[in-house]
Design a protein around this ligand. Structure first.
Ligand code: GYE
Length: 330
């Protein structure tokens, strides 16, 4: 696989630059074709997962900004409420509507072969953003997203370094079952803590939502007690924020009695890190819209593109979060 890191996108200032560069390119397109009429508009069906998290809200906004009318697009937006079957039928609707291109943030990895085959037969290119699929690479044009496995490794390495030498009981708040980030973050984290004294005593899905994280954490506290849990690894900030609520409601102090590691680095998560309620956050950059829009234009123009584009992520402890929190774009 051709790994290309778009490291500039990870930096707030550079992200703004990337956006400028992209929109001026896009603005130039209608003029460049000479007729400037509505025939230039690229109709794109975007099948979003849903609205489960702060990360997702930032990702949707990034996509809507990039696939704007001013940039030459008509965007047909669908959010599937994290239901894989609903998302597949949304994609099928896009095919029936005869859109020019389809962009998908796949809820889960499996189950895509048939509908991707149908899009291919209809001659409609598919670009994936954010999550990956298990289907053959021949069935889509390109993908832009994050290295979820590396995120899990980073989170696990920090846990190993901080807590690996003492007996540590860990509970996990998993993302949506069957989703690429839940699978890959779990695997990466497990590899990084192997051989340490961190013991995973329970793992359950909280569906990437704050409510889900809260109720799973309430269950863990009921079963093990505040004193029986040393560490929470939450696959995203929102579930970690839900865990904070559950710990506080049970009379515990999040970040102290129970340490918390999360992934995403969205505003609320970073604030909790600065406040000492979360101990470490690995970033997952949701600003994928510009690259996705650029890929759609390139693919429609018949230009060759790579199969995958990785955006680089950072990681933050409390001090690092305090330094950047005011300048973060999401
Ligand atoms: O971490 C989570 C969101 O797919 C990377 O989905 C994304 C994940 C993100 O709901 O907050």
């Amino acid at each position: 696989m051709n790994k290309r890191f778009l490291s500039t996108i990870a930096i707030a200032g550079a992200a703004a630059l990337a956006l400028t560069a992209c929109s001026s390119d896009s603005d130039a397109d209608p003029g460049a074709t000479g007729d400037g009429g509505s025939g230039d508009t690229i109709t794109v069906g975007f099948a979003q997962t849903g609205a489960e998290s702060g990360w997702r809200a930032a990702n949707t906004e990034s996509m809507e900004n990039a696939f704007s009318e001013a940039n030459g697009f008509e965007l047909i937006f669908n959010a599937a409420d994290n239901d894989p079957a609903a998302q597949i039928s949304a994609v099928r609707n896009f095919i029936n509507q005869g859109v020019d291109a389809i962009v998908i943030a796949p809820v889960v990895e499996d189950g895509w072969d048939d509908v991707l085959e149908e899009a291919k037969e209809a001659g409609i290119p598919v670009i994936l953003e954010d999550r990956t699929v298990s289907a053959s690479e021949d069935l889509y044009a390109s993908w832009v997203g994050l290295d979820f496995h590396a995120e899990g490794v980073k989170a696990g390495e920090w846990a190993a370094e901080q807590y690996g030498d003492t007996a540590t009981k860990m509970v996990v708040l998993e993302g949506t079952t069957g989703s690429a980030p839940a699978n890959d973050r779990a695997a990466g984290f497990a590899e990084a803590i192997e051989g340490t004294q961190i013991e995973q005593i329970a793992t359950q899905t909280g569906d990437f939502t704050r409510d889900g994280g809260k109720s799973v954490m309430e269950g863990y506290i009921a079963q093990y007690g505040i004193d029986g849990i040393d560490l929470v690894f939450a696959h995203n900030d929102d579930m970690g924020l839900g865990a904070i609520e559950a710990i506080e409601a049970a009379g515990g102090t999040p970040g102290e009695d129970i340490k918390i590691i999360t992934i995403d680095a969205v505003k609320d998560g970073m604030q909790a890190l600065v406040d000492g309620k979360i101990n470490y956050i690995v970033e997952c950059n949701p600003l994928l819209g510009d690259k996705a829009a650029e890929l759609v234009k390139q693919v429609i123009a018949g230009e060759s593109v790579d199969k995958s584009y990785y955006v680089e992520d950072q990681a933050f402890d409390q001090a690092a979060a305090a330094e950047v929190i005011d300048t973060r774009p999401y």
